[in-house]
Design a protein around this ligand. Structure first.
Ligand code: ADP
Length: 507
């Protein structure tokens, strides 16, 4: 196969649609266009998007990035896709017109229905089949809601007039002008309708959620070539698809069991490769398909921290202690800490603004600052806030290690706050593991590029991809750190934040 020079990739996120041109010769993104997308809040707890806007923004970004880069489409190998997961919609099979808005992953409208499933004791059953915890977050209850609440939808679904899909599925349908209705296996693994072992839609689950199988897309592998799209009168192969977090794991080249990535954004998203067998969590973490490449499935455990970068924004916007997120690094280094074993001079910040997730699962927890003495100044508070991100990450990784009985083999990092060298060093120290920051930290879109390159023959194998990745910096754990003592301090601080919001009257 003749290798062409470029790969196109789409990254349809929650707040923006991105398109990039990747140059396989220089191993770099040479052009990128980001188009914002609005979220719609019609009722408290409801989050929607107009699917026509998703498509318009994404198709516009694709055309724009091609024009901006000046590349010839004759020189493009293929188009890869990554996307926000769980968000789901139904559309008319003939016209492609959506039946109302897409329901976004954040939407809580089906929380009560999910609670009823939990009350019926279905938690274990669903976890074993899907790897997921029953929650409104996943697509199944959202699809049921659309079918139940859109006039005529059920009848039309039964008559075979409708298609259903996550965002990858809808984009492919539109890109192929209705010729192809598929979804990739990583996206399917977030619907709560796919059996994570067989990688097929599950009849019993479809019955439970009252969803006719006929509306669902065909499940394809992450390195599949699914069809062709026409851009500026030229055909381009659509190949390589994965949900955003799985794409980031792939983009970070976490190909071996035990390798993990953390995205430090508003929250932290941590995924660990658990190899070729499903590893079900004893600790309420979610098991998911990482990818299916070369017909071989790879699985991952996934956990998240609700408040990470948001705590740095809080320092900036609410406390006014820093003028930019980046400034937190220099300020943290100004904290005078005579005794290394006390971290930020004994100060801990637990940013439990909205409660705590894994492993505490305490919705009534609230943020606290503890360990303050007459010596404490703003630098200690800033430093302790950065440290809290590293401790929370350790909390999740420890659970993953106990679920898999395998030690994490280094942490690959991306997301806004991974630029903070102080935080990255502290993360390595607390984990007692290497923290690896790649040169290109746009791992999500890179994952789509790599999958597309694999599908179109640009890369011969995953080993070959790894040769194209370059590392910016490796943070190695320092020897003279009493990490156990520091972490014990964190645990004590967290214990004091739990149940705070239950209030005086109830305590
Ligand atoms: P998201 O995609 O969740 O919006 P990003 O990956 O863009 O997040 O990361 C932005 C977050 O990272 C913000 O919360 C910001 O406060 C934090 N952040 C950005 N740069 C730094 C830095 N140098 N040090 C610490 N935090 C940072």
């Amino acid at each position: 196969m003749v290798k062409k020079r470029y790969i196109l990739a789409l990254d349809e996120g929650t707040t923006s649609a991105r398109a990039v041109v990747y140059d396989c010769k220089s191993d770099s993104i040479i052009a990128s266009v980001n188009t914002p997308i609005d979220l719609i809040y019609r009722q408290s707890g409801w989050v929607e998007q107009d699917a026509r806007d998703l498509w318009g923004a994404q198709f516009g970004a694709l055309n724009e990035v091609i024009a901006k880069s000046g590349v010839s489409l004759d020189d493009v190998n293929g188009l890869g896709i990554t996307n926000q997961r769980e968000t789901v919609l139904l559309w008319d099979k003939k016209t492609g017109i959506p039946l109302g808005n897409a329901i976004v992953w954040q939407c809580r409208r089906t929380a009560e229905f999910c609670n009823r499933l939990k009350e019926r004791g279905l938690g274990d059953y669903i976890r074993k089949k899907t790897g997921l915890v029953i929650d409104a977050y996943f697509s199944a209850s959202k699809i049921k809601w659309i079918l139940d609440n859109t006039e005529g939808a059920r009848e039309r679904a039964k008559r075979g007039e409708l298609c259903c899909g996550t965002v990858d599925s809808y984009l492919i349908y539109r890109l192929t002008e209705g010729a192809v209705h598929v979804t990739d296996v990583t996206n399917a693994s977030r619907t709560m309708l796919m059996d994570i072992n067989t990688l097929r839609w599950d009849r019993e689950l479809l019955e439970l959620f009252d969803i006719p199988e006929g509306i669902l897309p065909r499940i394809v592998h992450s390195d599949a070539t699914v069809g062709e799209t026409t851009v500026l009168n030229k055909p381009i192969k659509i190949c390589g698809i994965a949900g955003d977090q799985q794409a980031a794991l792939f983009g970070q080249n976490c190909f071996d069991k035990g390798s993990a990535k953390n995205t430090y954004g508003t929250g932290c998203f941590i995924l660990m490769n658990t190899g070729d067998e499903v590893c079900l969590s004893d600790n309420s973490l979610v098991s998911t398909v990482a990818w299916v490449v070369d017909n071989k499935p790879t699985y991952a455990l996934e956990g998240s921290v609700f408040n990470a970068g948001s705590s740095v924004q809080w320092l900036r916007d609410s406390l006014g202690l820093i003028s930019s997120s980046a400034e937190s690094e220099a300020m943290a280094r100004l904290a005078v800490c005579a005794d290394k074993s006390l971290g930020s001079d004994g100060v801990y910040v637990v940013p439990a603004f909205t409660g705590l997730g894994a492993p505490y699962w305490n919705q009534a927890a609230r943020g606290i600052i503890v360990g303050i003495t007459r010596n404490t100044n703003k630098y200690h508070i800033i430093r302790a806030t950065l440290e809290s991100m590293a401790y929370s990450t350790k909390d999740v990784i420890s659970l993953m290690e106990s679920d898999t009985c395998c030690k994490m083999r280094g942490l690959c990092v991306d997301g806004g706050a991974c630029k903070n060298d102080f935080l990255m060093q502290f993360q390595a120290d607390i984990l007692n593991a290497e923290v690896v920051r790649p040169s290109v930290t746009e791992s999500t879109v890179l994952g789509a590029v790599y999958l597309s390159g694999l599908a179109s023959g640009v890369f011969a194998s995953m080993e070959d991809i790894a040769k194209h990745r370059s590392v910016d910096r490796v943070f190695r754990p320092q020897e003279d750190i009493d990490r156990q003592k520091l972490y014990r301090g964190w645990k004590r601080a967290v214990a004091r934040s739990l149940d705070w919001a239950i209030g005086e009257a109830d305590s």
